[in-house]
Design a protein around this ligand. Structure first.
Ligand code: ZN
Length: 254
């Protein structure tokens, strides 16, 4: 159990470009969790319920991403509860099945938001922290490894600093600063997970991939991580389950 390598991916906002993304993932037998708000922010469209149900049939997980994609930290209790609790209930009604995972809009949350997500019955929640690759995290602060976005090095450093991940900064400078592209960072992180065990978590937004013309690069990275016999391919929700199983086993052994 200690050296297991897990691959998971997650995609935010439920944009219609997720349809292409789902095909790219399915072609390679890769898992995904799609985090979908009930209504898009501004003029951004959201996939209809029918398409989300079809995603579920294809084996993808659907997670909640609030009702209207508002930033949650600082909201009054009533509004917060509406965005979190109601998004679970409404999405479950649309899908006809349970929703276990949540994702914070723009990666913003605080202790009150976490408490609300937990009390609403979610099993876990994903953040936008990057460059993480272990199962060692709180289940309501699930980090990611790499975003499908051409971040300059400063963005990675800022992201780590925002999460007070000081050892992560040292590690980034030593290991990943020399990688020229997000694909390079993604591949190197995957090599490490394959060798040392851990979780490799790719996340992104299909509308961004479309706008920036990243489909080809994404395909290259997906090819790199797919079809590895020693890897467990899991949705975000399944990663949480694996993590809880591991933690309870460690507790039993102690
Ligand atoms: Zn979002």
């Amino acid at each position: 159990m200690d050296k297991i390598a897990i691959v998971t991916t997650s995609w935010d906002d439920g944009h219609p470009c997720d349809l292409r993304l789902a095909d790219e993932l399915a072609e390679r037998n890769l898992p995904a969790t799609f985090y979908v708000p009930l209504t898009g922010e501004g003029s951004k469209p959201v996939l209809p319920a029918e398409a989300l149900r079809a995603f579920r049939k294809r084996g993808f997980e659907i997670g909640a991403h609030t009702v209207s994609h508002r930033i949650l930290s600082g909201l009054e209790q009533k509004e917060l509860s509406r965005e979190v609790r109601d998004s679970k209930r409404m999405l479950e009604e649309l899908l006809g099945s349970e929703v276990h995972m949540f994702c914070y809009p723009r990666g913003r949350y605080d202790a009150e938001v976490i408490a609300c997500v937990q009390q609403s019955g979610f099993e876990g929640a994903r953040t936008t922290r990057m460059l993480a690759d272990t199962l060692d995290f709180g289940r309501f602060e699930m980090p990611t490894s790499v975003q499908a976005y051409p971040h300059p090095p400063l963005n990675y450093l800022k992201n780590l600093a925002n999460h007070r991940d000081w050892s992560g900064i040292v590690r980034y400078v030593q290991k990943y600063l020399m990688c020229q592209t997000w694909i390079g960072v993604g591949k190197k992180l995957f090599d490490e997970v394959l060798l040392e065990g851990g979780v490799w978590h790719l996340y992104g937004h299909s509308w961004e991939i479309q706008e920036l013309g990243l489909w080809h690069q994404l395909g290259d990275l997906l090819d790199y991580v797919a079809h590895q016999p020693s890897v467990i391919y899991a949705s975000n929700g399944d990663v949480i389950k694996l993590m809880r199983r591991k933690t309870s086993r460690v507790a039993e052994a102690a």
